[in-house]
Each structure stands twice: as structure tokens, then as C-alpha cells.
Design a protein around this ligand. Structure first.
Ligand code: NAP
Length: 469
């Protein structure tokens, strides 16, 4: 018999992001192998239970490696299934999941993003909806995306949720329903991975809201693939840049959602709904016939070359609620001009001034007398970016985030950089950094998970027998 000591981590989904989460746990992220009471991994058909093993003093690493190997194996173009491990590990049917989620567990949701009602998943939706205790009329009358239902049900069992899926922002009512369930069950819901996860953009938006600092407008680059393609097209060609992006796995083999602007429009909707604005972004193109960067040719880029850089820009006016995604020529004095490659950026124009920060090393500032009132931006940096941060000058800071890499074979970078700038003249907060990437997103999700479990004192809960073998 194995006794569970701390909270369990429930990894909902084991595709690109979910597998990276497992990989980084195995590689030692936050010492989770030793501080968790167990790990439950879920795919579309099954779940696997990997409890804390008191003989090992940790979750069994070999079992986690078997799961990772199975989910990374592609047979006939299809990802391997947890069911294939039935003879070697404790595999259960997906419907049993709710028996293994308990109070103070933490679910990392890496299920697919769905905004509209999908008929194909209707049976699963109905089965999950039937499990909701006291469902609101809205939840009963609508087909709710599966990943939203998973969030609600996990929180109903008392688990906290860190979300990578954007489904919660498909409709304002989804996000409201999730927040209501979180508050009535006294658990945390953190959609950290839904928008520029590695850069913690959501945490910045939330921090501003909690401190009653209004956002007048948002301008952003929210799609790394199109930003990369537009930048490289000037050096090679539009076609060559797209091919290169696909080879480097920056763009999907079917790049329509990026090229035609649907992906950044979804992300702009996430920002709008997170600010409690019901936003439906329009996507336009370089002419009436095209959308996004579709229709941008080498000749077009040549023609506009002297006027600035062409970028796919997302704009939201929070007063009129007008939201648009369109290609724009940006000039060198625009804060989005220098956003290159796969980088994303968000420029928030605020309704009040923030105080500036003195240059210095954040680690040292953190250790100083905490009774001294801190300038506003510094408070934000301290609460959101828990990593070493060097504040170079006048509200500019660079946050270096590190996470472990398991093997050279995988595309796991061991650090990335976030740039954080406050421009007092325009009263703008500018955040630049990676917007996606399975490994970077996984690192951000694990960081958010750790912060929640640590805050709740849930990493070491003695003698709770939740999973037994
Ligand atoms: N990739 C990125 O860089 C990135 C960045 C930020 C946010 N996101 C978001 O993160 C989420 C995951 O992305 P991804 O690239 O990892 O997707 P993915 O590779 O398609 O993985 C999705 C996982 O969810 C599982 N799943 C699907 N339907 C399920 C169901 N009904 N019940 C249980 N499990 C189910 C799949 O199971 P099977 O393995 O059995 O198919 C798979 O393991 C998406 O919402 C995406 O928008 C991704």
C-alpha cells in the first residue's frame, strides 16, 4: 500500500503541452516528484494513476517516463494512447477520473481549445454536464466546451485549476461560470497559459484589475508564426518564410488559423473577456478580399519597405469595445516595431500613471526592508515574476526564466527572456516575450501550479490517503 502525502497533480491532456509538463516534472521542475502526493495523467480515453511511493520517497519516475514515451510515440499519424500501457501501469477508464480528484489537488488543463459548440463531442459534453452539482440554467441550456466542463468539475471536487486552454474565454458566461464555481468551492482558477502564458500576460491584466488600474486600450502582436513569417519574408520570400516556419514547427502544417488571423483574434477575445468585455474581434486584410496576412506578396512587402515593418496587429478599445486584427505598417517609434521573430508583445495604455522603479537587482530589493512602501510597478514585478529580475533603468526590466531540460533531443529551451517596460510619457505598459511554445507554456503552467500549491500549503499534507494501490 502506498500512502499519498501531498496534493496530486492532475494533468488533463497529454498532447504537446501536457507531455512537456510531464517532461519538465521528470527533469526536476520544482522538485514536484518528491513533493506531490501523486500524479494523474489524462488523455481522451484513459487516465493513469502514479502515486507517491514511500519506498522511493517520490513519485515513480520510471512510470512517468513510460507515460511520456507512450504519448510521444506516433503510430500511423496518431499519438499513442494511455490505454496501451494497461499491462504495465494502473490505467483506468476516463469516466473514473472524478474518483481521483480531491480537495487541494491541482489540475493543469491542457485540453484542446474550443470556442464554439462541437457536435462531435456532444455525448461527452452531456455526460460531463450531468455531473455538475446545481448547474446554472446557462450551463444546462448550452453545449459548454469540454475543457470548460473539466475545469468546473475539477473545482467542484475542491481542486485548483491552472489552464492552458482558451475555451474559458469563448463566451463571457463561461469565464463567469468558472469564477463562480471557483469562489463557491474556495479554490483558485488561474488561466495563466491561455494568453502569452510564458510571459505571464494574464497575471499582469489581473494585477491591474485588482489594483483598480483601468486599461484604455490594448495593442498587441499575439501570433508568433505570422510575425516570424512577415519578418523572414523580407530576407527570403513569403513562400520560403512560410515553409521555413513549418519546418521549424513555428507554423502548423495547415497554417490557416495563423495566416488568416483567427488565432490572434481568439487571443484578443481572451483579453477582452478577461477584462469582462464581450469582445468579438473582426479580422481584416490588406484588401477587401483577404484576411490576416493572406494575400501579402513579395511585391507588396517591397512596395511598403521604406514606410516601416508590416505586422499583424490586434487592437482593442475598451470604451467602444471595438476589436480588430489587421496587418498594419508600424514605424520605428511604435513599441511594436522591435518585436521580431516568434516574440509576442502587448501594449496596455493605462487610465492612470504608475510610479517608476529604481534600477537594481530585484533579488536584492526583495530582501530589503519590506515595511518600506514599494513603488507600484515593483510590487507587480515582485508578485508576478518570481524569478531573478534585473531592473535596468526607468521602468525597464528583464525577467529571465529558467527551467530544466530533459534531453537534447527535444525542443526544450532552458531559458527565455521577458522584457517589461513602462513608458511614463504615453502611460503605457509594454510586455514582450514568448507567446507560446509547448515547452515554454509548460514551464509557465508548472510555475503557476507551484505558486498555488505553495500558497495553499498543499505540497506537504501529512497522512492523507487518497490514492491506494
Ligand atoms: N502548443 C502551444 O504552444 C500552446 C500554447 C499556449 C496554450 N496552448 C493551449 O494548450 C492546449 C493544449 O495544446 P496542445 O498543443 O498540447 O494540444 P494537443 O497536442 O492536441 O493535446 C490535447 C490533449 O488533450 C487530450 N484530449 C482531447 N480531448 C479530450 C477529452 N475529451 N478528454 C480528455 N482528454 C482529451 C488529447 O488526448 P489524446 O492524446 O488521446 O489525443 C491530448 O492529449 C490547447 O488548448 C492550446 O490552445 C497551447
Amino acid at each position: 500500500m502506498t500512502e499519498k502525502l501531498g496534493s496530486s497533480l492532475i494533468v488533463l491532456g497529454a498532447g504537446g503541452v501536457g507531455s512537456s509538463v510531464l517532461e519538465q516534472i521528470i527533469a526536476g521542475s520544482h522538485n514536484f516528484m518528491r513533493s506531490l502526493g501523486g500524479i494523474v495523467v489524462v488523455d481522451s480515453g484513459h487516465l493513469v494513476l502514479i502515486p507517491y511511493d514511500s519506498n522511493l520517497g517520490a513519485v515513480n519516475e520510471e512510470h512517468l517516463k513510460l507515460v511520456l514515451e507512450a504519448k510521444r510515440k506516433v503510430v500511423d499519424g496518431k499519438r499513442g494512447s494511455l490505454g496501451s500501457l494497461r499491462d504495465r501501469l494502473d490505467i483506468r477508464e476516463i469516466g473514473e477520473l472524478w474518483d481521483y480528484i480531491n480537495k487541494e489537488d491541482l489540475a493543469i488543463n491542457t485540453l484542446p481549445t474550443e470556442f464554439s459548440n462541437s457536435e462531435s463531442g456532444k455525448k461527452t459534453q452531456d455526460a460531463l454536464t450531468a455531473r455538475i452539482r446545481e448547474p446554472s440554467p446557462f450551463l444546462l441550456a448550452n453545449h459548454i466546451p469540454i475543457s470548460v466542463l473539466y475545469n468546473i468539475l475539477a473545482m467542484q471536487e475542491g481542486a485548483h485549476v491552472v489552464d492552458a486552454s482558451k475555451s474559458a474565454f469563448g463566451k463571457r458566461e463561461y469565464y463567469q461560470a468558472i469564477n463562480m464555481v471557483a469562489s463557491s468551492n474556495c479554490v483558485d482558477y488561474d488561466p495563466n497559459g491561455a494568453i502569452m502564458g510564458p510571459t505571464s500576460a494574464f497575471a499582469v491584466l489581473r494585477w491591474l484589475t485588482e489594483h483598480s488600474i483601468g486599461i484604455k486600450s490594448v495593442r498587441a502582436i499575439l501570433n508568433g508564426a505570422t510575425n516570424y513569417i512577415l519578418g523572414r519574408a523580407k530576407e527570403i520570400s513569403v513562400e520560403g518564410a512560410l515553409r521555413e516556419a513549418q519546418i521549424r514547427k513555428i507554423a502548423e502544417s495547415d497554417p490557416t488559423a495563423d495566416i488568416e488571423g483567427y488565432d490572434p483574434a481568439q487571443k484578443l477575445r481572451v483579453i477582452g473577456n478577461s477584462l469582462d468585455l464581450d469582445v468579438h474581434p473582426k479580422v481584416s486584410g490588406i484588401d477587401d478580399k483577404h484576411r490576416g496576412i493572406d494575400g501579402v506578396t513579395n511585391e507588396y512587402l517591397q512596395k511598403i519597405r521604406d514606410n516601416g515593418k508590416l505586422k499583424l496587429i490586434c487592437t482593442l478599445d475598451t470604451t467602444t469595445r471595438e476589436a480588430i486584427v489587421r496587418p498594419e505598417i508600424v514605424s520605428p517609434d511604435d513599441p511594436l516595431y522591435d518585436v521580431d521573430g516568434t516574440q509576442n508583445a502587448i501594449v496596455l495604455t493605462l487610465d492612470q500613471k504608475l510610479r517608476l522603479i529604481e534600477p537594481g537587482n530585484l533579488d536584492i530589493i526583495r530582501k530589503k526592508d519590506t515595511t518600506k512602501p514599494e513603488p507600484d510597478i515593483l510590487k507587480m514585478l515582485l508578485s508576478i515574476y518570481r524569478h531573478t529580475t534585473t531592473i535596468s533603468a526607468n521602468g525597464t526590466s528583464t525577467v529571465r526564466v529558467t527551467y530544466p531540460s530533459l534531453s537534447e533531443g527535444h525542443r526544450v529551451y532552458n531559458h527565455y527572456k521577458i522584457q517589461f517596460v513602462y513608458d511614463p510619457r504615453r502611460n503605457q505598459l509594454i510586455i514582450k516575450g514568448p507567446g507560446a511554445g509547448a515547452a515554454e507554456t509548460a514551464a509557465a503552467l508548472l510555475d503557476a501550479a507551484y505558486a498555488t500549491l505553495e500558497r495553499r500549503g498543499a505540497l506537504v499534507v501529512p497522512a492523507r490517503k487518497l490514492i491506494t494501490l
